[in-house]
Design a protein around this ligand. Structure first.
Ligand SMILES: NC(=O)c1ccc[n+]([C@@H]2O[C@H](COP(=O)([O-])OP(=O)(O)OC[C@H]3O[C@@H](n4cnc5c(N)ncnc54)[C@H](OP(=O)(O)O)[C@@H]3O)[C@@H](O)[C@H]2O)c1
Length: 251
């Protein structure tokens, strides 16, 4: 399998898109550190599923907005599995609110988890990857990293920031054999948008204008792109932002 012998950290691997990425990289042969923030039992469940399917995985817990947690997580994964070959910065929060309702705490949470966490997780694993002269980092951004939203300035800023972080880290880490890329999902059916999906008539309105006639993706629609980018097939792909969004940002 194409990821045999590789060790991958998937932040936010306990639910939604991250759980799908964890399962997919495990199916491709990687050993997975499934990371949750609060709900450790969900990381245990995803890791348990992977092990039951014949793969290798273990649950971990960290708040990626805290630099000390990023460093501790990287050290725990190295202690458990010997190295880190792949980092998927997937943990994220989304508070789609207008300016008036965006408090300092909500601004900080989105910037600190989505953007600051991606940088400090990369910083925490970089020494291991540099020492080996290889590694793959994928940042999970969003369509809202390339187009705006009238109720989501903090989220858009965090996701747009992750996009440029991908390029900047690519320049810094590329000479050490570390590929840095980003995947930008469109609307994907997860807990993150349960309230939005519950709005009557919204799905129909969005589908009426969706380029492929489908608005919502499933987490598995996203994980294949990540599996490609962390594989050797993508060794020449660097600093790229691959949109997986049913064409949403094509117009
Ligand atoms: N769903 C979409 O439509 C969509 C679209 C574009 C981009 N994205 C991006 O895709 C990524 C995954 O989204 P999702 O929809 O799968 O989200 P989700 O279902 O809400 O899951 C979020 C994950 O992030 C973890 N997390 C939250 N805060 C954290 C923290 N401080 N430290 C570490 N982990 C933390 C959660 O862990 P706990 O459960 O333990 O808190 C959970 O595993 C995010 O970066 C999101 O911005 C999503």
């Amino acid at each position: 399998m194409r990821l045999d012998g590789k060790v991958a950290i998937v932040t936010g691997g306990s639910r939604g898109i991250g759980a799908s990425i964890a399962r997919r990289l495990a199916a491709d042969g990687a050993t997975i550190a499934v990371v949750a923030h609060r709900a450790r039992e969900k990381a245990e469940a995803v890791a348990g599923e992977i092990v039951a399917a014949g793969g290798r995985a273990a649950p971990f817990q960290a708040d990626v907005s805290r630099v000390a947690d990023c460093e501790r997580l990287a050290a725990e994964v190295v202690a458990a599995f010997g190295t880190v070959d792949i980092l998927v910065n997937n943990a994220g929060v989304y508070h789609p609110l207008p300016m008036e309702e965006t408090t300092e705490a909500l601004w900080d949470a989105q910037i600190d988890i989505n953007l600051k966490g991606s940088f400090f997780m990369a910083k925490a694993v970089a020494p291991v990857m540099k020492a080996r002269g290889s590694g793959k980092i994928v940042n999970i951004t969003s369509t809202l990293g390339v187009v705006g939203s009238s109720a989501g300035a903090a989220y858009c800023a965090s996701k747009g920031g992750q996009m440029l972080l991908t390029k900047a880290l690519g320049l810094e880490l590329g000479p050490h054999g570390i590929n840095v890329n980003a995947v930008g999902p469109g609307a994907t059916r997860t807990d993150m948008n349960a309230a939005i999906r519950a709005q009557p008539g919204r799905e129909e309105r969005m589908e009426a204008i969706a380029p492929l006639g489908r608005y919502w993706m499933e987490p598995d629609d996203v994980s294949g792109a990540v599996a490609y980018l962390v594989s050797s097939e993508a060794d020449a792909v660097h600093g790229a932002h691959l949109m997986i969004d049913l064409g949403w940002t094509a117009w």
